[in-house]
Design a protein around this ligand. Structure first.
Ligand code: SF4
Length: 212
């Protein structure tokens, strides 16, 4: 997907917001795949258009389909707790979206056809926001960018060389962590905490460089 990114030169926050709103309007009318028949609303994004970190999840769930905002259900609340714990500001530091913008029935995994149909919106979002860090949240998001079979537990936490000038890391999806409560050393929640601490460190480095 990286070869499809548009090279948008250093736009300011207002220009990014305007471009994202235009894309969001187009997306809200989209009927490019079967999910348009069953959605309540499209779920485009949350957070800052000028964020340094873009977090990409799988697909909207029931709460997101009802509200139009990604990561607001139980998984989203758990994500918020991890973000607060590591000092990452959801509204200022993050731009949050999903690989597809409409809820699959019964929260099933999106098909390749659906991901392909929705790809232009995701590419547009990356091209406009131009994040310095992309977090691929869960297997579906990671598989969208990494064309090989893998277990998320094997690749999470590593900085991946996928895009020029963007640091990419796969992390666990918080819905997986809802089923794993332990914070013991080496547990999925403990690893998520460590990964996000690593992300915060990288964010601070990027912000420091930008002010020099
Ligand atoms: S999932 Fe994406 S491609 Fe399919 S209808 Fe929704 S916005 Fe359009």
């Amino acid at each position: 997907m990286n070869h499809l990114l548009i090279d948008v030169k250093c736009a300011d926050a207002d220009t990014k917001l305007k471009a994202l709103n235009e894309l969001k309007n187009v997306c809200s009318q989209c009927r490019a795949c079967e999910l348009a028949k069953t959605r309540t609303t499209t779920v485009f994004s949350d957070g800052s258009p000028d964020a340094k970190i873009m977090l990409i999840g799988e697909a909207p769930g029931a709460d997101e389909d009802a509200s139009g905002i990604p990561f607001v259900g139980r998984a989203g609340q758990l994500l918020n707790e991890f973000l607060q714990e590591t000092g990452i500001d959801r509204q200022k530091d993050l731009y949050i979206c999903n690989t597809i913008k409409c809820r699959p029935p019964q929260n099933r995994v999106p098909s390749n056809e659906e991901k392909l149909a929705c790809q232009a919106y995701l590419i547009g979002q990356i091209s406009i926001v131009r994040p310095k860090i992309i977090l691929l949240c869960g297997s579906t998001a990671a598989q969208t960018f990494i064309k090989q079979e893998f277990k998320i537990s094997m690749i999470r936490g590593k900085w991946l060389n996928i895009f020029d000038n963007i640091e990419v890391m796969a992390i666990f999806h918080p819905s997986y962590l809802l089923r794993n409560h332990s914070m013991e050393q080496g547990s999925p929640r403990w690893l998520m905490q460590k990964d996000l601490e690593n992300v915060k460190k990288k964010l601070d480095e990027i912000l420091t460089k930008a002010t020099i």
